[in-house]
Design a protein around this ligand. Structure first.
Ligand SMILES: O=C(O)c1ccccc1N[C@@H]1O[C@H](COP(=O)(O)O)[C@@H](O)[C@H]1O
Length: 222
């Protein structure tokens, strides 16, 4: 028997949708600390939402090329459990700032890698040994993420697939096919569960989680 597919819902900004995502069975909830994003939230507002999250559901702060001092403040204020670096951060930067924030074991983080044409994933991935996970997202020339665009899932090397968090243009309609093709550790969605940019939709969150479970059940993943 293989493991079920974990699900992260990203870009939450209201108590209603935090409750909806938790009730639908999400494993992780993302809060976007990147001011240019339509899903951006302040650390203070995120703290109010983090306080609503029950145990065993993880809270993730999404950041893009953050200033270390500012990042420390965001983490302390919001109380998120871990970080998602979604910019051009290096492995050394991520490991160092996370270590500084939590001296004993380091704050856990995962790294988003955007699938730019020509990227050599086999060379890139081993550099991220300090990361708890790797998220793969579509590459866009002007935006760091949350684009709603898909990349070619066939480009995910076979031997990394079971450790990947798959993102980029996932929706309730295509997530089953994505899981069938890649068999990732987890999937991450933002735009695909929104009514409009920056506004989540409870019915779409439920439909996304239901589609993941349906696909998992087909293969007896629990
Ligand atoms: O959501 C955003 O606005 C965002 C901004 C900057 C970097 C990443 C962002 N979101 C992440 O992008 C991927 C894919 O999103 P989508 O499902 O295609 O909309 C996902 O990991 C979000 O966490």
């Amino acid at each position: 028997m293989t493991q079920r597919t974990r699900v992260k819902i990203c870009g939450l900004r209201s108590a209603e949708h935090v409750h909806a995502a938790v009730a639908a069975g999400a494993d992780a909830l993302g809060f976007v600390f990147y001011p240019p994003s339509p899903r951006a939230i302040t650390p203070d507002a995120a703290a109010e939402l983090v306080a609503l999250v029950p145990p065993f559901v993880q809270t993730v702060g999404l950041v893009v090329n953050p200033d270390p001092a500012e990042l420390q403040q965001w983490v302390q204020t919001s109380g998120v459990d871990m970080l998602q670096f979604h910019g051009d951060e290096t492995p050394e930067f991520c490991a160092q700032v996370c270590q500084q924030m939590s001296q004993r074991i380091g704050l856990p983080f995962f790294k988003a890698i955007r699938m730019k044409p020509g990227l050599d994933l086999e060379a890139e991935l081993p550099q991220w040994h300090a990361a708890r996970g790797i998220l793969l997202d579509a590459w866009h020339p002007d935006l760091p993420g949350g684009t709603g665009e898909q990349f070619d899932w066939a480009n995910v090397p076979e031997r990394w697939r079971s450790r990947i968090i798959l993102a980029g243009g996932l929706t309730p309609n295509n997530v089953g096919q994505a899981i069938r093709t890649v068999q990732p550790y987890a999937v991450d969605v933002s735009g695909g569960v929104e009514a409009q940019k920056g506004v989540k939709d409870t019915a779409r969150i439920q439909a996304f989680l239901a589609a993941v479970r349906q696909e998992d059940n087909r293969h007896d993943r629990q």
